[in-house]
Each structure stands twice: as C-alpha cells, then as structure tokens.
Ligand binder design. Structure first.
Ligand SMILES: [Zn+2]
Length: 645
C-alpha cells in the first residue's frame, strides 16, 4: 500500500478517535512518530494531499477576513422563555401536522460556524455573520480537529455547528495565563475570529455539529437522519438527542437539559426544539427572521452584562483586602444584582476591570456573583481602579504581597470583627448564635476586642442592647460556657494561629499540647505535610508574640479546657499518634482513621517526631521510609486488623 496514504488514513483515524469520539486509542508519542514520517514524505515528494493532517497546523496570520455568502441562509431561532410559549409553539406545529415529531438538543453558547464541502472535500468555513453573509475563517477552523477533511458524500454540502471551548480547558487557560478570558463563549469566538490561525490551534477549540444547512443531492428527510449523517461522516456531535411525540415529552427533555447542563463541560444556555420531519418544515416555512418549525428555549441567564460604578474594599480576619464592585442593577438568575466580587487586587488588573467599564458577571455558588472580565469598550469613559495606599478603615499603610493587599494593623476594626466571628464558627469554638452582627454590636458598644472578652460577658453586658431578650441572652451565655471545652484541633483553628486551616490544625494537634506546638522549630514545622513555609513562619511569629501569649494565658484563666484526646482516651490506640501510609485492602484511609480515633488514637497525616506508630499498607512510599529513619514502630495491615479486634 502507498505509505503516504496509509499514514494519512491512520493519523486521521486516530485523530477521529481522539477528538470526535473522545476515546483515544494511541498515545501522543505514537501519533507524533507517524506524523513526522508523513511530513518527511511530503517534504520529499512535494505532495500534500487535501486531507493530510499536516494541513491542520495553523498557517501564517491572515490580513483580514474575506466575506463569504452562504449557499442557504443561516437562520437564527425564535426564543421561548416560558413553558406557555413552548406549549404555543407545539400547538402551532400540530395545526400543520398533528403527527409531527420533535427533536430536543442542547443549545451551545459559542460561535456558530458553517462548513462547506464539495466533491467530498472540505473547502471552506465561515461564521454565521448576519445569516446571509459571514466571514471566511477557513484557515482558523482548519486547525480544529473535530471534523473531517474528507467525507463520503460527493454533493455540495453545508453543515452547521457551534465552535466551543470546554469549561475545563478555559479554567486551565485562565490558571496559566496572565490575561483572563471572560467566559467560554468569548474565548471560543475570540479564538476563531482571530487573524492568527496558530492562536486558534492553541486555544483547544472544538466544533459540535447539529444541523445540515444545505445539500445539493439527496437531501435528508428528518433531523434524526441529519444527526445520523453527521455522525457517520465523522463530525463531532453531542450525545444528548431526544425524539419526542408530545408536549409532555418535550418538557421532560427540556427539564433534563436544565438540570444536566450544570454538570457538562460545555457552556449552554438552553435547549433547541425542532420539528423532525423535513416535509413538515417545508410546509411551515419561515418568517422574515426565523424558521417557524424550530424554537430555542432559553433558561434563566447565569451570566449578565453590567457596568462597574465603584470599587469598595472589604477586609478579612487576616487583614486581606478584597475588592467588591458596586454595579448597575441587573437581573441575574431571577434576582436583582447590585454587587459583584473579585478575588484580589491582582484580579482587577488581570480582568481589565475599570470604573465605568462594562463587565460580564456570573452567578456563583456564593451569594454575590463574580466578575468574569471587562469588555474592551473604548466608547465609554472609564477610570482605572486605584490601588489603595492606606487602609480605608484605619488609615494604616497597605502592604502588598503577591496579588494581594493587606492592612497590617491587627487592631483594624473590621479585621478584629472578622477574627472574632471566625472564632465562633462551627468548626472553631462553635459559639452558637454569636453572629457577625452581634459581634459588631458588642465591638461598638461593649468594647469586645479579644477572644477572652467573650468569657467576660455577663447578662448585664447585653442590657440596653436592642433585640436581646432574656432567653436569647441565656442561650448566648450558655453557648459561650459550652465553648470552654474544646479540642486542641478546634482551638488552634479558632485562634487562627499562623492563619492555619483545619487540616494543618489537625496535624499540629497530634503533638498533644499547646506547649509542645509552641516549642516546635521551623524545620519541624515545614516537615509537616500540610504546613508550608509561610504558615510555619506565621506559627513561629504567633508564639513569639508577647500579646498572643498573654491572650492565651487569659483564655486559660477564663476556664478554657483543652480536651486532650491523647491523654484521656482509652482503647487499643490510646496515647498513640498514628500515621497511615499506602493503601489497605480492608478499609479506606478515612475509615481506618475513624477506627483509630474511636480507639483513643490520633490519626495524623504526616510522619514527625510526634508520631508513635505507622501503619503501612501496600505501595507505602516516603512516609514509610521516614518512619524507618526515625525508628518509629511500623505495623502491617494484618497486625493493624488484630489491634482493631
Ligand atoms: Zn486597617
């Protein structure tokens, strides 16, 4: 067989498996090897076949976009946003043909493109444009791998699809690049409508195909037939595709999409409902804008455009300043939004956010939506967001660490309130009912400043404060009393020593007492798995500070009693700090940790001087080696199981 033809066919098949079926059968290295061989043959012979994969590397930048007139007009779809509108559409179709079927598919949010084939070969790609005329993006689209360069159909064909970027690909891009891309739609459109085809190739664009716009020979009789044709010819399609007979079935399929769309890796904003039969479509025809036989059902927007009017700075317990944008009121997912968040000052620069700029915001799991990015809009007057040089609350000079700004003043009022609020949270001292608002009130009126001040509160402290009746005061005081009994792990987390999180607190607690933790050196701290250099320095600084030591003494004097799990527990692992490494066949790691703790032990995650026992399962790695070096007793799974009995 001709080697060149063999290489082209093999590489195209592998690319099809990888990009269209999402089921790669060969490694990148195997692909690259054959690819290089093909390139070499092409260089020698000077022949590059029309369907050679080497054509898909981005060529030189183009000067501008040529206009292209579509063979058949690319219509946009009429929209429905309520179930009544959807029902009315079904009724209209039924009037034309009472037996018509409907197809339901996802509506992807990207850039619509149209691909033309002649004599079985890909010849052109264009954007939808105004539906009659679009822009030629052949060079750019050629670099996308989710469609074939050669097909079996020999007539003239125009297929329609949506150029999209997977959400996971976008996320990865935004992690790795200085300039954030706003969202998947903008990212896909920007990658295709880009004069440099190499850029399109780099962004990881794919096309999901869903329609046939024109067929010169043997046009298909239905949408079902069209989807089968697309799949058969090697175009990428999305698996969700429903054929429905009744309004109820259509609604069920739409509901399914509304739930599932949050879980899939593509940005979608609705469902598309089409009449299946081509004959019925022909009979229904078009308005001057839309086909009468199809409908886009749009869900409540997850994203919206608005304008930034002001940036406010909020301050957290660590002193970090977080920007909060006041925006023009806008409807988003059924609520009116007036504020949006950003991570830090660096985020403002990265996302090009300016005062007066039009921005895209997205509903997030948090209460306040986040700003995805700003539009390049030179029409409106915008002002840069000024980097505060002093704290807006206390006037201290701001410190800049990486992308973050900090108020270094430990007595900065909102910072203190946040610290006290954190102390009362569930995983910390768990003072039920002590809300941020109550703390703010006590801060203002009763000089509440330190953790130990909670324990000095009495009934009288609340007299004269609005909203505090006898019962509520009683509940608060007993919650405060209850918080005196606290595990070392929670106490460490509540104090926020070195700004540690719960995982690091757990590791530290394995040392058994505050005194032992206070005596740890820098080297001992960074040796812990979940403690980095910054945290280690923070912990050392905490214990070196006179004020902190006094506060700890006050807390102890107030009656804080640290429940020392290590000394009080009974059971097979009483007094032991146990580290699990490798995998056990009988229990998951979490299960095993629970069993150890139920028997009086402390389950820690890293091997240190405090570790008294290591349980090594299969494939135990560096932790086992370290335990051996430190001379810590090591048990295998069988011995561990015996101890559990
Ligand atoms: Zn401040």
């Amino acid at each position: 067989m001709d080697r060149q033809r063999y290489l082209i066919d093999t590489l195209n098949r592998w690319a099809y498996e990888y990009y269209v079926l999402d089921a790669p059968t060969h490694s990148d290295r195997e692909y690259d090897k054959l690819y290089d061989e093909l390139k070499e043959i092409e260089r020698e012979t000077g022949v590059v076949e029309p369907d050679s994969p080497t054509r898909r590397v981005g060529g030189e930048p183009v000067k501008g976009f040529e206009r292209h007139t579509h063979i058949a007009r690319l219509y946009s779809l009429d929209k429905a946003v309520t179930e009544d509108e959807l029902a009315a559409f079904i009724t209209r179709v039924r009037k034309t043909d009472e037996n018509a079927d409907f197809t339901v598919e996802y509506k992807y949010d990207g850039l619509t493109v149209c691909l033309t084939y002649e004599n079985g070969a890909f010849v052109r790609a264009s954007t939808r444009g105004n539906g009659i005329e679009g822009e030629d993006v052949t060079a750019q689209v050629l670099t996308i791998r989710s469609f074939p360069l050669k097909i079996g159909y020999k007539g003239t064909l125009e297929v329609r699809g949506e150029a999209v970027i997977r959400l996971s690909v976008l996320e990865k891009y935004n992690r790795e690049h200085e300039d954030a891309l706003k969202n998947a739609r903008n990212a896909a459109a920007g990658a295709v409508r880009n004069l440099d085809p190499k850029m399109t190739a780099e962004r990881g664009v794919e096309i999901l195909f869903y329609d046939i716009n024109y067929m010169s020979e043997a046009p298909l009789a239905s949408q079902v037939g069209a989807m089968e044709f697309l799949k058969r010819e090697g175009f990428k399609t999305y698996p969700f595709f429903k054929v429905c007979k009744t309004l109820e079935e259509v609604q069920d399929a739409v509901d399914e999409i509304e739930v599932e769309r949050r879980k899939i890796d593509y940005l979608t904003d609705g469902a598309v409902i089409k009449v299946n039969e081509a004959a019925v479509r022909e009979e229904m025809g078009y308005t001057d804008k839309f086909p009468r036989w199809a409908m886009a059902y749009k869900f409540e927007a997850e994203e919206a455009e608005t304008v930034v009017r002001e940036i406010l700075w909020q301050i957290g317990r660590t002193g970090k300043l977080t920007p909060l944008a006041k925006v023009d009121p806008v409807e988003l997912a059924g609520a009116t939004v007036r504020r949006a968040t950003l991570n830090n000052f660096g985020d403002i620069t990265r996302k090009h956010v300016r005062v007066g700029a039009k921005v895209l915001i997205r509903r997030s799991n948090e209460v306040i939506p986040e700003i995805l990015g700003a539009f390049d809009d030179t029409m409106s007057e915008t002002l840069p967001v000024e980097k505060p040089s002093v704290c807006p609350y206390c006037g201290s000079a701001i410190e800049e660490i990486g992308a973050n700004l900090f108020c270094p003043n430990r007595a900065c009022p909102p910072r203190v309130v946040q610290k006290l609020t954190h102390y009362c949270t569930k995983n910390a001292a768990d003072i039920e009912g002590m809300s941020e608002a109550t703390i703010q009130l006590l801060y203002n009126k009763r000089n509440l400043r330190r953790f130990s001040d909670f324990y000095a509160l009495t009934e009288e402290s609340f007299f004269g404060l609005e909203g505090f009746k006898e019962k509520k005061i009683g509940n608060l005081l007993s919650a405060i009393e209850k918080s005196k009994h606290i595990t070392l792990e929670r106490f460490l987390y509540a104090l926020g020593i070195g700004q540690i999180g719960r995982v690091a607190a757990r590791d530290l607690a394995a040392f058994g007492s505050l005194d032992r933790i206070a005596a740890l050196t820098y080297d001992e701290l960074v040796a812990l798995e979940n403690i980095g250099e910054v945290t280690a320095r923070g912990i050392l600084a905490y214990f070196a500070d006179e004020e902190n030591r006094e506060e700890l003494a006050r807390l102890m004097a107030a009656g804080i009693e640290i429940q020392n799990v290590q000394r009080t527990a009974e059971g097979a692992f009483a007094g032991q700090t146990v580290v699990l490494t490798g995998s056990l066949t009988t229990y998951s790691r979490t299960e095993a940790q629970k069993l150890i703790e139920a028997r009086g032990g402390i389950a820690a995650s890293s091997v240190t001087n405090a570790t008294t026992l290591v349980i090594a399962g299969e494939k135990a790695g560096s932790k086992l080696a370290k335990a051996q070096k430190l001379g810590i007793p090591i048990l295998g799974e069988e011995e561990f199981l015996k101890m559990l009995e």
